[in-house]
Design a protein. Sequence first.
Length: 217
Amino acid sequence: SKKGFIFDLDGVIVDTAKYHYLAWQKIAEKLGIEFTPHHNEKLKGVSRVRSLEIIMELGKITATEQEKQLWLTQKNDDYLSYLTDIDSSEILPGVMPILSHLETLKQPIALGSASKNARPILEKTGIIDLFDAIVDGNDVSQAKPDPEVFLVAARKLNLAPEDCIVFEDSEAGIQAANIAGMVSVGIGDAKVLHEAAFNFPDFTHMDTAFIDGLLKK
Ligand code: B16
Ligand code: MG
């Protein structure tokens, strides 16, 4: 049967989560706020604006709208500087075999990312043509864990939410997929992503038989 396979971008398809972290760390440092990889888990999958709010809450600081805009711009400029020279080597191990398998089976593939930088990343890594639908931070108004991004992707694929499978590396994204009524697949630390229906440390641990099994349901 036909299922919709919805992929998150940062931390699932490409290894850009590390660049988000580096860029936020610089902002946090400037604000005198301690920001560890553990704190960073809460930022994964959430919007840029919400990410800054979380950091400010961590440091218990307030700021004017103008200051916040400045920090958001600085963070994004810094993040983009890491992306200047990226290519297909940024694609995480095991991702291409799964995407190729889905393509061979003619199963619909969508992107469901919170990032406003998703399209240039897919272009630079050379995989944009594999996607039947792309939904990113420019298309939605509600950040994960709100299910909007995945529901819009399902609609674009013309599939019911229950016929969609979401691959996510973030707590917020797994929650969004579950709220949407989709099958959630956690990619990363199973302890962090314990709410997912399935867990894999990364795509090298997922074989094509797992995909075939989902299609039989
Ligand atoms: P941008 P995803 C998310 O992408 C990231 O995980 C998150 O850390 C980031 O803040 C968010 O995109 C917004 O990204 O600043 O590029 O618009 O994981 O949903 O693909
Ligand atoms: Mg992610």
